[in-house]
Design a protein around this ligand. Structure first.
Ligand code: 13P
Length: 251
């Protein structure tokens, strides 16, 4: 059985004061969430602050990215071991915003995935097509390429300790959500791609949906057979919205 996971990706948002308020609400509310894992991914600068609140609670801590090298003269970058040392259990790799803004290629994403696992972090690999790609009917080819580059590089066994998030680029921050059927079609295809390499690992692999998930649409999305929770952007900055989405994931 796959335990659903709801992950908040705070992106480049927050102040120490807003983070303190948000975390107070989330840790309180998450104590009542039974049957879904809850994760928050703040900016690097808030990791230590958030850790002091999540320690000893059911809320897990993750980061939004990492650098693929282990350490050294890489000004401005953050390594996986630093994240593990800061209390992270998870790290997002290949978010479409990093693919677009800093040019993270499929092979760099694979290197980051591998670097994360080397230090015991669970990577959350993001895949997703642009609007043009969906319109030109290449969605599954794009997802296939993004997934296979990583799976070829790290081997399917590595997905025992990984999460994959399907985030259609056209649904991120736009208010336009993939319908449950549209999302399920891609999730099912993704699980099929993993199953070609290992049926067992595919069956256990958590597949999150991300892109304008809110309290109002979460339950419908999470009711689909291959959707095992969500990667939440904007709505994860609102305590009540986020907790309602977590609640929806408990079925
Ligand atoms: P929104 O929920 O704001 O659309 O963002 C989704 C996302 O990119 C999560 O990683």
């Amino acid at each position: 059985m796959r335990t659903p996971l709801v992950a908040g990706n705070w992106k480049m948002n927050g102040t120490q004061a807003s983070v303190a308020e948000l975390m107070q609400g989330i840790t309180q509310g998450a104590g009542n969430i039974d049957g879904a894992d809850v994760l928050v991914c703040p900016s690097f600068v808030f990791l230590s602050q958030v850790r002091t609140v999540t320690d000893g609670t059911s809320v897990a801590l993750g980061a939004q990215d990492l650098y693929a090298e282990e350490g050294g003269a890489f000004t401005g970058e953050i390594s996986g071991s630093m994240l593990a040392d800061a209390g992270c259990e998870y790290v997002i790799v290949g978010h479409s915003e990093r693919r677009a803004l800093t040019g993270d290629s499929d092979s760099l994403v694979a290197a980051k995935f591998s670097a994360a696992q080397k230090v015991g972090l669970t990577p959350i690999l993001c895949v997703g097509e642009s609007l043009e790609e969906r319109k030109s009917d290449t969605t599954l080819a794009v997802i296939g390429r993004q997934f296979s580059t990583v799976a070829d590089a790290v081997g399917i066994e590595a997905f025992r300790n990984a999460v994959v998030a399907y985030e259609p680029v056209w649904a991120i921050g736009t208010g336009e959500t993939a319908t449950p059927d549209q999302a399920q079609e891609v999730h099912s295809a993704l699980r099929g791609m993993a199953a070609k390499r290992s049926a067992k690992i595919a069956a256990d692999l958590r597949l999150l949906y991300g892109g304008s998930v809110k309290a109002a649409n979460a339950a419908d999305l999470f009711s689909m057979a291959d959707i095992d929770g969500g990667l939440i952007g904007g709505a994860s900055l609102d305590t009540n919205e986020f907790l309602s989405i977590c609640e929806a994931a408990t079925g």
